[in-house]
Every structure is written in structure tokens, then in C-alpha cells.
Unconditional design. Structure first.
Length: 439
């Protein structure tokens, strides 16, 4: 593959090579824009599933022109291109860049997780601004590489966590930073989704559909036999080679609010409780514990617990709702502070316990934010993004350390962010990155 990220690189060499990437000059984004009509010229890679939602969000913006579409499923590509008949279409993102490289300003990436980093890095190396769906990448090292590459190139980036722009999420961040419930000592985050499987590696193959280029779909991942309804179009999130399970996927949305509000960095250690690994699919139910360094918004130690599948929502949170009187949402977070507790259901607004707390302060006055429009405007030199790779990279790095820990149930994995290593369990370091298949 003629890609730009090489995860075979030794972590020590990688850190040394990129240790100086912050010493660069950032030009205004509008200097790079090639559009003759003032509209941002965008190529979208991956237009099915979440790609349809992203396409619709871009298509309605007046300062956008979608000039190229790419997807490995010809049926999906044809359906989407009917909305923009003037856009050129491709099945291979590399051919898109070869032909359209001088005509596009920015790229939206919405493929399965395992291709986020190869495509995003390919775009950034060519000076293109990037919007990439969550999670930012498929493994820990890729997240760090994308963050540093974006900084080195001085490009406008946005990770696709639309909830981060919601008024409810931003209110919660404001309340926590204002000290409404005091310094936070515990965070509990959960999703009832069960994006894992007990399936084992296929030993036989189904016919590959005529509309699917299976080799391009696999991309940098190891070759696999095709099995209908296991990989394409939607079940890949459950599989180790292609997705990151419930923790790595929904966790991005639900971790985001407390992680952002508390201004967290890399965890000190992580430990997962789940079934034994089967080397093909993520576990269906996981409980993962983290310890993060303290910040100005936390107590001296911060305990963080994630629950998914049959564990989420949690049946018991010590010090909060022990009698079960409060019905916990199916997805959400609870932050336990010195003065009270703040709960934010996913896609909703914050609540406090005692309830009088939230009524004791003025409601923050917040204007609506268009998550996609924010990225487009920033690419055109107006404002900045709320979830750039400089934020999304560390967030997903922390999340995916929990995914690594699920391969070693019950074992505490300590983390050294400087050397990007797990010093107390060296065998686990192999799962921080992957070797790319040439395709």
C-alpha cells in the first residue's frame, strides 16, 4: 500500500522522530483553499451508514461543494452520487487523490475504523483538511500519529463527535468547570449497547457480492474469508480487526463530556473485566476501570469506570442511587463531586442530585453550534473546531488502552505515555499498533 502511516515503526523511534513537530508555522486555512467560487471543495470517502448522515450535514451547507465521492460498495456509491451528479466517483481513495488532488481542499473520512488512519494521513500528507468520524483511529499508536501529523501540517481537523457541540454537553462542561458539584472523585460512564460477539474466525467463505470490492474493503487489515452479514455493511464494529467494540465506539461519545470537562490527559493504568479473548471479536459485555492523574477539577485521585452490554447501566454505584430510586438512562455518565452528583444522559441535558443544585445557578447562555459547519468555516479561515485531532487523539488513545486491556481480563495495565508503552505487561504492547497489509 502506498500509505503514509507505518505502524511497524518502533514506538521509541516514532516518539523521537516526531518529538519536534510543534515547531512549525501555521498559515491561515484560507491560504490553501483552491476553490474558485469561495466554496470549500470536499471529497467524501465512505458514504454509507454514518457516511449518509455526514453527507446530508455537508450537503445542506451553502459554503460547501462536494466534488468527489468514494466507496468500495458500488450500490451505495451510486445512490449517493445521484444527489451530486457532478461529483466524480471512485472505489479506491488513492486513485481519488491521484486524479483530484489539486481540486480538493478537504476530505471527510467515514469508513470502517481500521481505515480511518491510513486515509486521514494520506489526505493530510497532501495538505488536505480532514474531518474523520469517531473513533479517530483503530489503535493507540495511530491516534498519536494522526494528532502529531495534523499539528505538523497545520491543518484544520475535526473528529466526528457531534454530541460535543450540543447545548446539553456544553452546559455540563460549564457546570463542572464552575464547581457546581465540587471537585470530582469518581466518574461512571456506560452504554447498554453490546457491540461484541462470540463468533469465531470464519473457516469458510460466502460469495462476495458483485457490488463490493472486498480487497479494498479489507484495506490494510489482514486477509479474511468473506462471510455475509458478519463484515459488511454493519457488523465490523464488533470485530477486532476492523472496529473497537462498544468501548472504543460509543465510548467516544460518552467519555467525551467528563473527559473534556475535567481536562484529562493519559491514564495511569487501566483494567478490564470481560470474557477471555477469542482473537476475532470484541467481548459483548465489559467493565473497565481507569485511574487518571488529577487536574484542577478533580480530587487527588480520580476513579473512572466504564460499563457496557449487560453491565450498562450499572446496577450499583457506591455513594449514588444505592437504593435504585433513580432510573438511570441506557447510556450516560455520572460524576460524583464533593457537593453533589451530576448526571448527563447521552443526547440529553444535565441533572444534579440534590436537584436544588442546578436550580441555584443561572443556566449558561449558549448558542447552537453546527459541528460540520464549524469545521467547514475553520477550513475557510473563520474560527476553529471544537474537537480537533489534538483533542480527539488523546481521548481515543485513552479509550483504546481499555480495548487493549480487554485482551487481558482482570490484569492492570500501567501506561507510560512518553514511551507509548505498557511497562508492566510487555506482551500487551503488540496490540498498541498493527502491521499494515499491502493492497
Amino acid at each position: 500500500m502506498s500509505g503514509t502511516l507505518d505502524t511497524r515503526t518502533n514506538r521509541r523511534q516514532f516518539i523521537k522522530a516526531l518529538s519536534g513537530v510543534t515547531a512549525f508555522s501555521i498559515l491561515p486555512a484560507k491560504v490553501w483553499a483552491s476553490s474558485p467560487n469561495g466554496k470549500l471543495q470536499i471529497a467524501q470517502i465512505g458514504v454509507g451508514g454514518r457516511g449518509k448522515g455526514n453527507f446530508d450535514a455537508l450537503f445542506r451547507l451553502p459554503n460547501v461543494e462536494i466534488v468527489a465521492l468514494c466507496d468500495v460498495d458500488s450500490d451505495t456509491l451510486a445512490e449517493r452520487s445521484a444527489d451530486v451528479p457532478g461529483a466524480e466517483t471512485f472505489s479506491d481513495y488513492r486513485k481519488l487523490f491521484d486524479k483530484m488532488g489539486d481540486r480538493i481542499d478537504a476530505v471527510l473520512v467515514c469508513t470502517p475504523d481500521h481505515m480511518h488512519a491510513p486515509i486521514s494521513s494520506h489526505a493530510m500528507e497532501r495538505g488536505k483538511h480532514v474531518y474523520c468520524e469517531k473513533p479517530l483511529a483503530h489503535n493507540v499508536l495511530e491516534n498519536r500519529q494522526l494528532k502529531l501529523l495534523a499539528e505538523k501540517k497545520g491543518l484544520v481537523t475535526q473528529m466526528g463527535i457531534q454530541v460535543s457541540a450540543s447545548i446539553g454537553q456544553r452546559m455540563t462542561v460549564d457546570y463542572i468547570k464552575s464547581g457546581l458539584v465540587g471537585k470530582i472523585s469518581e466518574v461512571h460512564v456506560w452504554s447498554n449497547k453490546s457491540w461484541g460477539s462470540n463468533e469465531l474466525l470464519p473457516v469458510d467463505s460466502d460469495p462476495v457480492p458483485a457490488n463490493l470490492d472486498w480487497g479494498l474493503w479489507l484495506g490494510v487489515a489482514e486477509e479474511r474469508l468473506y462471510r455475509d452479514k458478519i463484515f459488511h455493511p454493519g457488523q465490523w464494529r464488533r470485530l477486532l480487526d476492523f472496529g473497537t467494540g462498544t468501548l472504543g465506539d460509543m465510548g467516544v461519545h460518552i467519555f467525551d463530556t467528563p473527559y473534556r470537562a475535567l481536562e484529562l490527559t493519559s491514564p495511569k493504568w487501566v483494567r478490564s473485566h470481560c470474557r477471555e479473548p477469542n482473537e476475532f471479536a470484541h467481548p459483548t459485555s465489559v467493565k473497565t476501570e481507569y485511574q487518571f492523574p488529577s487536574t484542577q477539577y478533580t480530587s487527588k485521585t480520580l476513579k473512572w469506570t466504564w460499563y457496557d452490554g449487560e453491565n450498562g447501566p450499572p446496577s450499583h454505584i457506591e455513594g449514588f442511587n444505592e437504593d435504585g430510586a433513580i432510573e438511570l438512562p441506557k447510556q450516560g455518565c455520572v460524576m460524583i463531586g464533593e457537593k453533589g452528583v451530576l448526571m448527563m444522559p447521552h443526547m440529553s441535558g444535565p441533572q444534579t442530585f440534590p436537584r436544588e443544585l442546578i436550580r441555584s445557578v443561572p443556566r449558561p447562555e449558549l448558542e447552537p453550534i453546527d459541528h460540520h459547519g464549524q469545521w467547514v468555516d475553520a477550513c475557510l479561515g473563520e474560527g476553529k473546531t471544537g474537537s480537533p485531532f489534538s483533542y480527539g487523539g488523546p481521548l481515543c488513545e485513552a479509550l483504546q488502552l481499555g480495548v487493549v486491556a480487554s485482551r487481558y481480563p482482570g490484569k492492570k495495565l500501567t501506561w507510560n505515555p512518553s514511551s507509548m508503552s505498557i511497562p508492566n505487561l510487555r506482551e500487551a504492547n503488540q496490540y498498541l499498533s498493527r502491521e499494515y497489509r499491502k493492497f
